[in-house]
Write a protein that binds this ligand. Structure first.
Ligand code: TRP
Length: 336
């Protein structure tokens, strides 16, 4: 084990689907198991408050995401897995960073522009100041732990650049303290909606668009069976829907099976029923152990609470040290 720190966060959006899993969590598990890093993973429930939400739903989804991460392979003995709001140093450092981050830099964040524009179109549009300062909190998440590497998708590139700028500005103003975090882009398969393969798989496109990571076998099979494909006419190129099924097969580690279909399809009409069957088989094989594990974890509610507390305690042991140093550097009195 080295002390090179990897940090990443995920919003508690509700049920995890194979798009989220292959897009992020699968890679987190690999980094954890590589033995090359101290891995720290966070359910960023404070970030989920930046858009309109219901308190009950947030509470439920936060716990569920914590459980789902463990069921999907994060191991509390190998990684620090915790819920952001249980480590209050995140919000404290976010305030300090809000004061070394310029208003202009925040106005140039494309994610803020996109999300606030989406909200503006709605009735009773409310754009919170939290949505605007979202990337400042993200910088605090990362730098509290002096993370060296941050595995994220391309959409987070600008936020990561801002985290580096914030660290740099802090260091210039108050003395070298924070390492500049590096983004870690990994090749992850991009999965498309089963019911509309021109769009990215997303819960917002309805339950037929995605396969939940913990759905029962019958549901998985029926969703894959009803996936949109083309007519299989060999005179026309393969459509996005069939490509997507092949991508899911490969993501599940069955590149061998995908290659066989591709060879067959190169020679004549493309029959998709067997492809769907094979894709569903691969998904069921991948997820059935996770589904069992999730049920086991959830059966012990006290155990879940304890794991949440233990994860937060481990994170806090690091975070409090950082904040002690930060308070000293920026001219705030000690707490004790
Ligand atoms: N903004 C990230 C996302 O939407 C989530 C996130 C919050 C995060 N804090 C983070 C990712 C810190 C990496 C590091 O995906």
């Amino acid at each position: 084990m080295t002390n090179k720190i990897v940090f990443s966060g995920i919003q508690p959006t509700g049920e995890m689907h194979i798009g989220n899993y292959f897009g992020a969590v699968h890679n987190w598990v690999c980094l954890q198991n590589s033995g090359q890093y101290q891995t720290i993973y966070c359910v960023v429930n404070l970030h989920a408050m930046t858009l309109p939400y219901a308190a009950e739903t947030l509470k439920k989804n936060t716990e569920q995401m914590f459980v789902d991460l463990l069921a999907a392979g994060l191991d509390p003995d190998k990684s620090i897995v915790f819920v952001q709001s249980m480590v209050p140093e995140h919000t404290e450092l976010a305030w300090v960073f809000a004061c070394v981050c310029s208003y202009g830099d925040l106005t140039r964040q494309t994610q803020f522009k996109e999300k606030s524009e989406q909200l503006e179109g709605k009735q009773d549009a409310f754009i919170s100041a939290g949505l605007f300062t979202y990337p400042v909190l993200q910088a605090a998440d990362i730098l509290l732990y002096h993370a060296a590497n941050v595995p994220v998708g391309q959409d987070q590139k600008q936020h990561l650049e801002l985290s580096r700028d914030i660290a740099q500005r802090f260091n210039t103003q108050f003395g070298e303290y924070f390492p500049l975090p590096e983004v870690m882009f990994t090749e992850t398969p991009k999965l498309f909606a089963l019911n509309d393969p021109t769009k990215k798989m997303s819960k917002s496109l309805g339950p037929k668009s995605y396969v939940g990571l913990f759905e029962d076998e019958a549901t998985v099979r029926s969703k894959v069976r009803s996936a949109v494909t083309d007519t299989g006419n060999p005179d026309e190129p393969m459509g996005a829907g069939a490509q997507n099924l092949l991508a899911i097969l490969r993501a599940c580690g069955r590149g061998d099976v995908a290659a066989e279909f591709e060879r067959e399809y190169a020679q004549g009409p493309r029959r998709y029923a067997p492809l769907k069957e094979a894709t569903a088989d691969a998904l069921v094989a991948l997820t059935s152990a996770m589904r069992t594990r999730r049920a086991e974890i959830m059966a012990d509610r006290e155990g879940v609470k304890r794991l949440m507390k233990e994860g937060a305690d481990k994170a806090r042991a690091i975070a409090t040290q950082t904040m002690r140093e930060v308070r000293r550097l920026v001219g705030l009195p000690k707490l004790d």
